[in-house]
Design a binder for this molecule. Structure first.
Ligand code: ATP
Length: 551
C-alpha cells in the first residue's frame, strides 16, 4: 500500500513559540538546563543525547566543508585549510595583546528595585514628551537587530512590532501615549537625566537604574596553587586567538603557503551580562572559527569569496532562504582595524520579523598577527609573525622588479579573513527552523523537520506487531543499518505513538515490517514531513537510506 504525500504545514518564525520549543527540547532530550537538580545556573546548558548528536552532526559538516574538503577558491584552485585544537587557557598576555583585557567590555546597568541586571546598549528607551514633561519607558531588546526593529515600528506606528511580548512595556506605552515620541538606546553614555526618568524593564518605578559600569566579559581562573593577580589566567572568550598564536607553528610544520586557513572548533566562555533566549546567548558555548591568511592585495577577493561561501553553507544545513540574510556592517559598526564585516543573520522566533546574528565574516587586516608579533608595541612575544612569499619573490624577479622592492614586498604580515560562527547557536538555528507545530495532524503535535543529513536519529525500524515473525525481521534490518547510521529499533506501544515520537525527535524515515514483508520481502517507508508511505524491497533499504542521507 502507498499513501500520498501531504505538504508539511509551514509556520512563520514569529508564530513559533519559544516556550513550546524549549519544552520539547527538554522533553525529548535535546537540551536541559545545566545542573537542574540544584536549581540550574544562569547562562549554562547541557546538551542531551539528541542535542549532542545534532551538535556533532553540524560540527562534523563544518569540519568536512572547511578542513577535509574545502571548496575551490575564487580562481578555481583548491583552497588549503588545516585544523587545530588549541588550549582553552593560554598565557594571559595573549588577551592583553589581543585587546580583550582592555576592550572586551559591556556596559552594565543594575536595577536597585528588581535587582536585575541589563546590558545598557540593549536597553531601548522610548521617551514620550508632553509639553515640558518627559515620561521614560524602557524595554530590553534581545539584540541590536531587535532594538532596531522595535525602534522603527514605534517611530512609524507608535506601537511595538507585532508579536512583541514585553507586556509591561506595552502597558506603559499606552499609559503615556499622546505626546511626541523619541526613542534611543541607553548605551555607555546614559546621562543621569535619562536614567532618572527611565523605568527599569521589570521594576515599577522610575529612576531605579544605576549608571552604566563597564564589565569585562572574560571569566578568570587561577592555574596553580596561588590565587593572586600574578597567577590570574582567562578562559578563552573566542577560539580565534589560539589560531593566531600558532600561525608560525603551522607554517613551519605543515606544507602550507599563503593563502591558507586554520580552522578550529571548541568551547568559549563569556561572562555575558544578560544570557538569554535559550541557548542563543550563554556563558559557555562552542564556536567554529577559521582564520584565512592571504596576501594583503588579495584580501578583498577572499573576503568576497568567504562572504558568499558562508551564506551558501548555512543554506546547505537546510535553513530556508527567507529566514537567512547577509547584513553588511555600517562603517560606524566596524572595529578600527577592520575594513569590512558582514553578519549572517537568522530570523529567530524571538527576533522575528527582525534577524539576529549567527556568524560574522570579518576582514581583520593584519591586526591580530601584528598585535602578537615580537617588536613594535609588543615586548612580550618572542616571535615575528610574518611571512616570506617565495612565489611572489620569483614573480617579481621575472618581472624585472628591482632588488630593494622585491625584498620589501616579499615579506609581509598576511591579512586575515575570519568567518566566526557559533556551533551552539547553529544548533538553535536548526532547532528553530525544524520546529513545526502540526495541531491538525493525528498523532504528533510537533514535527522537527531537520534535513535528514543532520537529524540526530536517521531512521526508526518497527515491527508492526510484536508477533508473527515481524520482530525478527525488524531486528535483522536494525542490525544491518546500525553499523552505518544512528537508527532506533522500537517495538513498544501502538504504531501511531511510535511514529509520533519519531516525528518529535525529527527522525526523517520509519521502516515498518508488516504482514506483507513476510510474503514479498518489502517494507513500508514513511516520510516524516509528508506522511507519504511507499514500499521498498527489504534488501534495498540500506542503499535507499544512504542515498537519502547523502542529499
Ligand atoms: P554578540 O554581539 O551577539 O555578543 P559577537 O558579535 O560578540 O556577538 P563574535 O565575537 O563575533 O560575536 O562571535 C562569533 C560567533 O560566536 C557569533 O556569531 C555567535 O554565533 C557566537 N557567540 C558569541 N557569543 C555567544 C554567546 N554568548 N552564546 C552563544 N554563542 C555566541
Amino acid at each position: 500500500m502507498t499513501t500520498d504525500a501531504q505538504p508539511l504545514p509551514r509556520t512563520a518564525p514569529e508564530d513559533k513559540s519559544m516556550d513550546d520549543l524549549v519544552a520539547l527540547c527538554k522533553r525529548r532530550g535535546f537540551v536541559y538546563p545545566a545542573s537542574e537538580i540544584y536549581g540550574g545556573l544562569r547562562g549554562f546548558w547541557d546538551y542531551g543525547p539528541l542535542g549532542t548528536q545534532l551538535k556533532n552532526n553540524i560540527r562534523d559538516w563544518w569540519w568536512k566543508c572547511m578542513v577535509e574538503c574545502p571548496p575551490l577558491g575564487p580562481d578555481g584552485e583548491p583552497v588549503s585549510i588545516v585544523g587545530l585544537d588549541s588550549s582553552i587557557i593560554q598565557n594571559p598576555k595573549t588577551w592583553e595583546h589581543s585587546g580583550h583585557v582592555g576592550g572586551f567590555n559591556d556596559p552594565l546597568i543594575d536595577c536597585t528595585e528588581s535587582k536585575k541586571r541589563y546590558r545598557a546598549d540593549h536597553l531601548l528607551i522610548y521617551l514620550i514628551r508632553e509639553g515640558d514633561l518627559n515620561f521614560g519607558v524602557s524595554t530590553v531588546a534581545a539584540d541590536e537587530a531587535q532594538a532596531e526593529d522595535i525602534r522603527e515600528s514605534l517611530e512609524k506606528t507608535g506601537d511595538p512590532p507585532q508579536g512583541f511580548q514585553d507586556k509591561l512595556f506595552v502597558k506603559r506605552l499606552k499609559q503615556y501615549k499622546g505626546g511626541g515620541y523619541v526613542t534611543f538606546k541607553l548605551g555607555t553614555t546614559a546621562t543621569p537625566e535619562e536614567l532618572a526618568i527611565t523605568f527599569s524593564p521589570e521594576g515599577t518605578k522610575q529612576g531605579t537604574l544605576t549608571e552604566p559600569r563597564t564589565f569585562n566579559l572574560m571569566l578568570d581562573t587561577y592555574p596553580g596553587p596561588i590565587r593572586d593577580e600574578e597567577n590570574k589566567a582567562y578562559l578563552r572568550p573566542e577560539t580565534a586567538q589560539g589560531i593566531f598564536l600558532n600561525f608560525k607553528n603551522v607554517l613551519d610544520t605543515m606544507r602550507v603557503k599563503v593563502p591558507f586557513g586554520i580552522a578550529q572548533i571548541g568551547k568559549s566562555f563569556r561572562n555575558e551580562v544578560t544570557p538569554r533566549n535559550f541557548i542563543f546567548r550563554s556563558r559557555e558555548f562552542e564556536q567554529m572559527e577559521m582564520e584565512f591568511f592571504c596576501p594583503p592585495d588579495e584580501s578583498q577577493k577572499w573576503y568576497a569569496f568567504w562572504r558568499d561561501e558562508r551564506y551558501k553553507w548555512w543554506l546547505s544545513l537546510g535553513v530556508s532562504e527567507e529566514n537567512l540574510i547577509l547584513r553588511d556592517h555600517d562603517d560606524d559598526e566596524l572595529a578600527h582595524y577592520s575594513s569590512a564585516c558582514v553578519d549572517v543573520e537568522y530570523k529567530y522566533p524571538f527576533t522575528a520579523p527582525g534577524f539576529g546574528e549567527l556568524e560574522g565574516v570579518a576582514h581583520r587586516g593584519c591586526y591580530d598577527l601584528t598585535a602578537h608579533s615580537k617588536g613594535g608595541d609588543n615586548k612580550d612575544s618572542n616571535t615575528k609573525l610574518d611571512y616570506f612569499d617565495q612565489e611572489l619573490q620569483v614573480r617579481l624577479q621575472n618581472e624585472g622588479v628591482d632588488k630593494e622592492t622585491i625584498k620589501e614586498r616579499s615579506r609581509y604580515v598576511p591579512h586575515v579573513i575570519e568567518p566566526a560562527s557559533g556551533l551552539t547557536r547553529a544548533v538553535l538555528v536548526l532547532l528553530c527552523e525544524a520546529f513545526t507545530p502540526t495541531p491538525d495532524r493525528d498523532g504528533s503535535k510537533y514535527i522537527m523537520s531537520f534535513k535528514p543529513k543532520f537529524a540526530p536519529v536517521k531512521a526508526g525500524i518497527f515491527p508492526l506487531v510484536n508477533k508473527d515473525g515481524m520482530p525478527e525481521v525488524a531486528q535483522k534490518l536494525y542490525n544491518e543499518l546500525r553499523t552505518k547510521h544512528m537508527v532506533e529499533y522500537d517495538g513498544k506501544q501502538s504504531i501511531g505513538k511510535r511514529y509520533a515520537r519519531m516525528d518529535e525527535i525529527g527522525t526523517p524515515f520509519c521502516f515498518t515490517i508488516d504482514g506483507q514483508t513476510l510474503e514479498d520481502q518489502t517494507v513500508t517507508v514513511r516520510d516524516r514531513d509528508t506522511l507519504a508511505q511507499e514500499r521498498i524491497a527489504l534488501d534495498q533499504v540500506s542503499a535507499w537510506l544512504d542515498a537519502k542521507l547523502a542529499e
